[in-house]
Design a protein around this ligand. Structure first.
Ligand SMILES: [Zn+2]
Ligand SMILES: [Zn+2]
Length: 282
């Protein structure tokens, strides 16, 4: 494993790279979602919405050549699960999926080494992966908290609203991948028919920029260091609309770094915590 400082991996003085939790949003949006998480000699993936080739290429671009040991699925929508078979077969990753989601995508995961994801955290090397139930129009959708030492990465896209369970999870994050799907006014003027606008903007749809920014302002804990906004709609959002919404709720500057993830390229490999986030030995 190589963590390349040029790719944005941030070393913490006194803590070796092998003891820190790193992540990259390899791609995000309605054409495919995948997040790489890595600690020590172990990597894992959250969702399989990118092709096996794109996943491998973007991992390599982050400087991570480890084969992922596990692949966790958030829900059955195609942009999160459509490449699960090829990604699992090409990497040998064990697929963790809950029963409700598996029933909805039986054919996609048939023959794969699936493990049933319950409500309890799963250990993968030095990382602990905790599913968090979330409101979204799917069978049994979850977000994830990935813990390693004092670092906690949250992954919350495809989120209709922030309920008490998700709010409690947001409070624990040192790094957070959070949905900023659409700008409500842009969507109102955009190409979506009324029924689709109602679905996307509803309580089990997707977070708009303003609600997302307010939720971060309200629920992010003082230890949050890295925020990555994700799942931007191509039709109903722009990076500038996201930026303005964040400035409105959080001000021009905040104590944590703000970034955007895009559909067609990976973010740099980012440290989930910079302040002595040692992983417990597995
Ligand atoms: Zn999605
Ligand atoms: Zn979805």
């Amino acid at each position: 494993m190589r963590v390349d400082a040029r790719s944005g991996g941030l070393y913490n003085a006194g803590v070796s790279a092998s003891e820190q939790l790193f992540f990259s949003v390899l791609g995000s949006g309605s054409a495919g979602n995948c997040v790489l998480v890595q600690a020590g000699n172990t990597s894992l993936l959250l969702d399989a919405g990118l092709s096996a080739r794109a996943t491998a290429e973007r991992m390599a671009a982050c400087g991570v050549t480890l084969k992922p040991a596990a692949l966790f699925i958030t829900h059955e929508h195609a942009d999160h699960v459509q490449h699960v078979a090829r990604v699992a077969q090409s990497t040998g990753a064990e697929v963790w999926i809950n029963a409700g989601t598996q029933r909805k995508c039986e054919q996609r995961v048939a023959g794969l080494p699936c493990r049933e994801l319950g409500t309890t955290p799963v250990r993968v090397g030095p990382m602990l992966v905790e599913p968090v139930a979330k409101p979204h129009d799917a069978a049994d959708p979850v977000g994830f908290l990935v813990h390693c030492g004092t670092a906690t990465l949250g992954f919350f896209t495809d989120l209709g609203h922030v309920d008490a369970t998700v709010a409690a999870a947001l409070r624990r994050c040192t790094a957070l991948i959070m949905e900023a799907n659409h700008d409500s006014a842009v969507m109102e003027r955009g190409p979506y028919p009324p029924w689709l606008r109602a679905r996307v903007g509803g309580r089990t749809g997707h977070m708009n920029n303003a609600d997302s920014a307010r939720a971060i302002a309200e629920h992010a804990g003082p230890q949050l260091q890295e925020l990555v906004l994700a799942h931007l709609s191509r039709e109903n959002n722009t990076t500038e609309h996201v930026r303005q919404a964040m400035v409105a709720a959080l001000g021009e500057r905040s104590r944590f770094t703000r970034r955007l993830s895009l559909q067609d390229r990976a973010t740099p490999l980012l440290a989930a915590a910079r302040g002595g986030a040692m992983c417990a030995a597995s």
